[in-house]
Design a binder for this molecule. Structure first.
Ligand code: ARG
Length: 407
């Protein structure tokens, strides 16, 4: 394959900024532009339409990929196994999609002989870091640029450029928010939400209905195998179908609306509205199944891992060695996370009310207070004696040293 030293691969959304970026990068760098559009469930236009527009705007090649299955299987499912919530709140929607888009960017760069990858991120957010760190973690020889950040492509310049060159793209429609959407959820920021006191208005939400006026409760049975959902109400589903179906059902009950102020990697605090009904309901169910199938210390240690894993993924470390090692640990914990979880979706909440599993560690005969109890209560006496020994010795010393608690 011949290597075109003069080619740039551009992460292309089909919108105004990246459409202008095709010609803009060409002018500023003297290189040819290959666009890459990846469907991760952001909705909107057909990939063929986006491909056509890229070529009409001057791209020499336009790569498109429907990556929804891949995204659900290889990115959302690991996040589910990790019960991943950044700052105990955010299901990592955007943080999960950048690494899969980056994978296709690198693939296209190799295929079309590009040495530089460009993306439409600003210099203020996490996404620029996620793209660039992911790209160079897979392809250390690759250069990265951002036309908005590095080539002074502001919004006004973009509108002017599009009009001057008569690009086939609308320049008048201006969304009041910055929105990032995929199969795992939606992120909404900027506009009037930048005032922390302003409550989000109804038009912000797409995946969820208002939880204040829910329809009748919806009971659902989720079947897991090895930590991932394989059936809903007895009907087999792929990971993608599981997330989509739970987005629909939990979304109808207003589950998964999040209004938060989060700490970005670049040191800025930002107001974020998220909606992730499927992710939130699935994580809740998955946790409930882990509660009956994971051994106590394994589960306790995994909880700490989950936080570190979420921080790493949020902070652009998807392809890092530490994250990969943690994946191996988490994967190992999932081998018995199989069984059914029953949950009620209603009024913004997903509440677990039943669990059953062949690989459960719950022992009815140990737990019961009724007849049939097999737990030898007499052995607890000696256990407590030894278990509390050190604290008892310390308390006795305090008394001896005149530091007693006074009781
Ligand atoms: N703050 C969130 C994150 O860092 C959402 C980012 C959304 N991205 C966007 N371009 N609107 O993951």
């Amino acid at each position: 394959m011949s290597v075109h030293k003069d080619r740039v691969v551009l992460a292309y959304s089909g919108g105004l900024d990246t459409s202008v970026a095709i010609g803009w990068i060409g002018e500023q760098t003297g290189r040819e532009v290959v666009t890459v559009a990846v469907d991760v469930g952001q909705g909107g236009e057909d990939l063929d339409v986006i491909r056509r527009r890229a070529l009409d705007c001057g791209a020499v090649e336009a790569y498109v990929a429907d990556a929804r299955e891949e995204f659900a299987e290889d990115f959302c499912m690991p996040a589910l196994k990790a019960n991943a919530l950044y700052e105990n709140t955010y299901p990592l929607v955007s943080a999960l999609s950048r690494p899969v888009i980056a994978k296709h960017l690198v693939k296209a760069a190799r295929e079309f002989g590009a040495t530089t990858v460009a993306h439409g991120c600003t210099g203020k957010g996490n996404d620029q870091v996620r793209f660039e760190v992911a790209i160079t973690s897979m392809a250390p020889d690759m250069d990265c640029i951002s036309p908005v950040r590095d080539l002074a492509l502001t919004r006004d310049v973009a509108i002017e450029y599009a009009e001057k060159h008569d690009l086939p793209i609308e320049t008048t429609k201006h969304n009041p928010f910055s929105i990032d959407q995929n199969v795992w959820g939606r992120a909404i920021e900027t506009g009037f939400l930048e005032d922390l006191w302003n409550a989000p208005t109804k038009d912000v939400y797409v995946y969820t209905d208002d939880p204040t006026y829910p329809p009748l409760p919806d009971e659902v049975i989720l079947t897991f195998e090895g930590g991932i959902p394989v059936a809903i109400d007895g009907k087999s589903v792929t990971p993608l179908e599981a997330v989509q179906e739970m987005n629909r059902r939990a979304g109808a009950q207003g589950v998964g609306r999040i209004d938060t102020v989060e700490d970005r990697l670049v040191g800025i605090k930002s107001r974020e509205i998220y909606e992730a009904p499927g992710a939130v309901a699935l994580i809740e169910a998955h946790r409930a199944l882990e509660a009956v199938t994971l051994e106590r210390l394994q589960r306790r240690y995994k909880r700490q891992m989950e936080q570190v894993w979420s921080d790493l993924v949020y902070e652009a470390q998807w392809y890092s060695p530490l994250k990969q090692s943690m994946d191996a640990f988490i994967e190992d914990t999932q081998k018995y996370v199989s069984g059914d979880i029953r949950m009620v979706l209603h009024g913004g909440r997903a509440t677990v009310n039943g669990r059953r599993s062949e690989s459960s560690l719950y022992d009815f005969e140990l737990a019961t207070y009724d007849t049939g109890d097999s737990f030898d209560q007499s052995s607890s006496r000696g256990f407590i004696e030894i278990y509390g020994m050190q604290s008892k010795l310390a308390a006795a010393r305090d008394v001896r040293m005149g530091q007693g608690t006074g009781f």
